[in-house]
Write a protein that binds this ligand. Structure first.
Ligand code: LCS
Length: 389
């Protein structure tokens, strides 16, 4: 069936599926390492790449392929490559794009693991400049003749800072550099970086794409040419997504739109409640009228998502708040059915040296809330009680 003109949810449900007449409606979990060859010549053709087919699940597998085709369609990309985690996807995308001597520009505010990876790249002779990409001048000034890649996370984890994807893509392309956007926070339901000019999208599929907190996964989306190069790099690194995890993520993606709408409305209610609280210094959520980058949010995002950065007035209130929560779960990760609360300074972003972390706005009083799909009143009541003096 041609789904080109279909809406987001129709494509989320049907795109990439391999159902056949009187066959299983849901693509099965092809839990196999190798695939058989018809004969010696067939094996040789597949191994040489002269013919496309399944050889070995580190490279291609029918179950992971459903996930890849579905996310490529939803992001508006030509192709996708699944990986065992978001970090595996980011590493593979970067290693596909750069070599020793090349230069990368990225923002200062990134998921701690991604930040750490960029620091590690120095070992391989790749120079990385951490700048404030929300300031276009900073991006322009950081560009060198060797700049191959600009990497953005928008909204940034955990401060919710936005970067103008279109403006940065224009600057980068003029200098021959590619733009990679981590779209984990928004998902293609709320933001489509490729349509804004970015070249490649990466995801931690562990989060909203899977949506149920029960698996780790990642994916890269881009042109067929880029994904083919990434597939080669990734096959040798070896971080393939398991068929079972791909099946779980694919199942989760079918409800992406309804889940994102609920995350969005719940987060707005929670953010509005927190805004007025006397132990709260600041609530950073794009849906609030005081969000500093409201215009940009309206320009490149179709929704505000489920992530809130909450800044308490006193550092000493942070552990009291976290320990008093009963319904909300004290855990890292994000984008799942349960509301998760964590403290970036000592948890997801503890790897960033303290003086830099503070400069980037990841202050000790900042608490991150991934608003889940429980009833908003119950989340608010739990947060309210935990904030009681
Ligand atoms: N990109 C973003 C924006 C993330 O938040 C994470 C993980 C990753 C990439 C890496 O994905 P993974 O390898 O874990 O699938 N973020 C986490 C977080 O904020 N808490 O725990 C993990």
């Amino acid at each position: 069936m041609n789904l080109k003109k279909s809406g987001f949810s129709t494509r989320a449900i049907h795109s990439g599926e391999k159902s056949s007449e009187n066959g299983p409606m849901i693509t099965p979990i092809y839990q196999t390492a190798p695939f058989t060859f018809k004969d010696a010549a067939h094996g040789a053709r597949l191994m040489s790449g002269k013919e496309k087919g399944y050889v070995y699940s580190r490279g291609l597998n029918p179950t992971t392929e459903v996930f890849e085709e579905k996310i490529a369609d939803l992001e508006g990309g030509e192709a996708a490559l699944s990986q065992a985690s978001g970090m595996a996807a980011i590493s593979a995308a970067i290693l596909t794009s750069v070599k020793a001597g090349d230069h990368i520009i990225t923002d200062e505010v990134l998921y701690g693991g991604t930040y750490d990876l960029f620091v590690d790249l120095a070992k391989f002779g790749v120079k990385v400049s951490f700048v404030d990409t929300s300031e276009l001048n900073s991006v322009e000034n950081a560009i060198l003749p060797q700049t191959k890649l600009v990497f953005l996370e928008t909204p940034a984890n955990p401060t919710m800072k936005l970067t103008d994807i279109k403006a940065v893509s224009d600057i980068a392309h003029e200098k021959g550099a590619q733009v990679v956007v981590d779209n984990t926070y928004m998902t293609p339901y709320f933001q489509q970086p490729l349509s804004l000019g970015a070249d490649v999208v990466v995801h931690s599929a562990t989060k909203y794409l899977n949506g149920h907190g029960d698996t780790i996964g990642g994916v890269i989306v881009g042109s067929s040419e880029f994904i083919s190069a990434a597939r080669h790099t990734a096959k040798n690194i070896g971080g393939a997504l398991s068929p079972f995890n791909a099946w779980l993520i694919t199942r989760g993606m079918k409800t992406l739109a309804v889940r994102m709408d609920k995350h969005n409305s719940n987060a707005l209610e929670v953010a509005r409640f927190l805004e007025g609280h006397d132990r709260v210094a600041r609530v950073i959520y794009p849906g609030l009228s005081n969000f500093p980058q409201k215009v940009l949010a309206g320009k490149q995002m179709k929704g505000n998502g489920g992530m809130i950065a909450l800044v308490l007035k006193k550092t000493s209130d942070v552990p009291l708040f976290l320990n008093a929560l009963k319904l909300c779960t004290l855990a890292v990760s994000l984008g799942e059915t349960a509301t998760l609360v964590q403290h970036p300074a000592t948890m997801t972003h503890a790897v960033i040296p303290v003086e830099k972390r503070l400069r980037y706005g990841i202050v000790d009083e900042l608490v991150r809330i991934s608003v889940g799909l429980e009833d908003a009143d119950d989340i608010i009541s739990d947060v309210d009680k935990a904030l009681e003096p």
